[in-house]
Design a protein. Structure first.
Lengths: 116, 178
């Protein structure tokens, strides 16, 4: 009697590749019409909301006075502190980017055994 | 560079990119149609109709694919559900009467070509064993993946694979060249 491995191999060999022969085209023809919610529309909405929010913040802050004052204060800081601050900001943003990328990439997520 | 399944799925999700979905169909059509041909006992027209329904459902529900399993495993599950629903509609999803099938076909009269005999022996297996053997032995799914596809306990899958294999071996031994 044949062993399991031989049987499995024979089963795999017995299953031929089935040529497409228009199958994919038939499936594609039956797909529902793609949602055309244009990406530019989403981008425009986000941009509009951002501009509006910035405008409101500018007006409420007395013409951006606090920004100017903040910049003046920052310019008085020692250079090494500014570098540390910039490096810290970069680390935080980089960490968020890595987490987001892992969440969106199943292969990496499986590789590192993480579940979010 | 060729995109992975995950990359193509991401494009479908982000942009509703039907070309990306078409590539997924092209990649997996053979295995899905092959599985359904086995389940429908080589009724090619019915198998292809079910395969088409499988991919349409996959497209409509692709947002529910979370990437926990392989995309092919997810497709097999949809394909198996399509087959079950169709079989219920046709009232054919009853246990296959193995004795009747054996009686109506004497294996010793079959063409002795091994592949032919093997596929015929496979088609004689009861549905649950045939499905488990096709998924695990032919398509290379693990027992765990097959259990998820068939929505049955892991132990049942193992038992079905074991019994299916034993029957195939016995049948092939009987048909073997003298």
């Amino acid at each position: 009697m044949i062993d399991d491995d031989t049987l499995d191999r024979q089963l795999r060999e017995a299953a031929p590749y089935i040529d497409d022969e228009g199958f994919t085209a038939r499936v594609m023809a039956k797909l529902p019409v793609a949602r055309r919610e244009p990406r530019w529309l989403r981008a425009m909405v986000l941009l509009g909301v951002t501009v509006l929010g910035s405008g409101v913040a500018y007006l409420l802050s007395g013409g951006g006075r606090f920004v100017r004052e903040g910049m003046v204060q920052l310019s008085n800081f020692p250079i090494w502190l500014l570098l540390v601050f910039a490096f810290g900001c970069g680390l935080v943003i980089g960490a968020f980017a890595v987490i987001f990328a892992i969440r969106k990439t199943p292969e990496v997520r499986d590789l590192v055994g993480l579940r979010f | 560079m060729e995109l992975t399944d995950a990359g193509l799925i991401a494009r479908v999700l982000a942009d509703d990119d039907q070309h990306a979905f078409g590539e997924l169909v092209r990649r997996h059509q053979s295995s899905v149609r092959g599985l359904l041909r086995q389940l429908t006992r080589t009724d090619i027209a019915l198998a292809d109709d079910l395969a088409q329904e499988t991919f349409l459902r996959a497209y409509k529900n692709i947002r529910s694919f979370r990437g926990d399993a392989r995309f092919s495993t997810w497709l097999y599950r949809i394909a198996y559900n399509c087959f079950r629903e169709d079989a219920r509609r046709r009232k054919e999803l009853v246990g296959v009467d193995e004795e009747r099938l054996q009686a109506e076909h004497d294996p010793r009269t079959v063409d002795p070509g091994l592949i032919h005999d093997l596929m015929h022996a496979l088609s004689l297996l009861p549905l649950h064993e045939r499905t488990a053997v096709v998924l695990c032995c032919q398509n290379g799914l693990s027992h765990d993946e097959a259990a998820r596809v068939l929505d049955i306990p892991l132990g049942t899958v193992k038992t079905n694979v074991l019994r299916g294999r034993e029957k195939l071996k016995r049948t092939l031994a009987a048909w073997g060249p003298n």
